[in-house]
Design a protein. Structure first.
Length: 203
């Protein structure tokens, strides 16, 4: 189960089933009297213990996965592939940037095209031409917010609070991910193409 309330919510129900079942066993000679009752109790106890242990294991796995995600990750690959199989590199073949998850549930990402956007010809960042400003905007991505991890689906969801791109603000961005030691891969397949991002943990 995904939260503490749901997990605890299942406990009274299990107890009610157990009490009713044992009550029938104890009071019915047709079921073999005390011997059958004891067997029933042992069976039910084992079943409940197994169920609770599995739940604990699931929760431990969730904690492990979330803990493994915490850290600073450097982007090393950012590739978009269209349905025809053509690959493009929106931020260059060797992009620069970091994806950060902290232990309090906050995250941020910043990425930049390499080679970087040239400085504006005027020498003043407030006096760029329309083309220069557009190039600078397209060559950088940045947003921040909080995150949650769905351990069952291996999906991290970014809840965006602020972003360079206004359309991201207030949205939830779900990212299927894989962790292999110090390598984090976020990979999405959709009708419009295949999107691959690879990050390496910064130590």
């Amino acid at each position: 189960m995904n939260n503490v309330n749901q997990w605890l919510g299942g406990l009274p129900r299990a107890r009610r089933v157990g009490v009713a079942f044992c009550g029938v066993g104890v009071g019915s000679q047709g079921l073999g009297g005390g011997r059958m009752a004891r067997a029933a109790i042992l069976f039910l106890s084992a079943a409940l213990l197994s169920a609770f242990s599995a739940t604990d294991d699931d929760r431990s796995a969730a904690n492990r996965l979330a803990t493994q995600l915490v850290g600073t990750w450097q982007i090393v690959k950012f590739v978009d592939t269209d349905p025809s199989g053509k690959a493009t590199y929106p931020y260059g073949e060797h992009p620069a940037g970091f994806l950060i998850y902290d232990s309090t549930g906050h995250m941020s990402v910043q990425g930049m095209r390499v080679p970087a956007t040239p400085a504006f010809a005027s020498g003043d960042d407030e006096k760029g031409t329309e083309a220069e400003v557009r190039s600078a905007y397209d060559g950088y991505v940045a947003y921040f917010g909080t995150y949650r991890v769905d351990e069952n689906k291996s999906v991290v969801t970014h809840i965006v609070e602020g972003s360079l791109h206004p359309s991201y603000i207030g949205t939830e961005q779900s990212r299927p991910f894989k962790l292999n030691g110090d390598v984090l891969v976020i990979e999405i397949s959709a009708p419009e193409g295949h999107f691959y991002r690879e990050f390496h943990r910064v130590k």
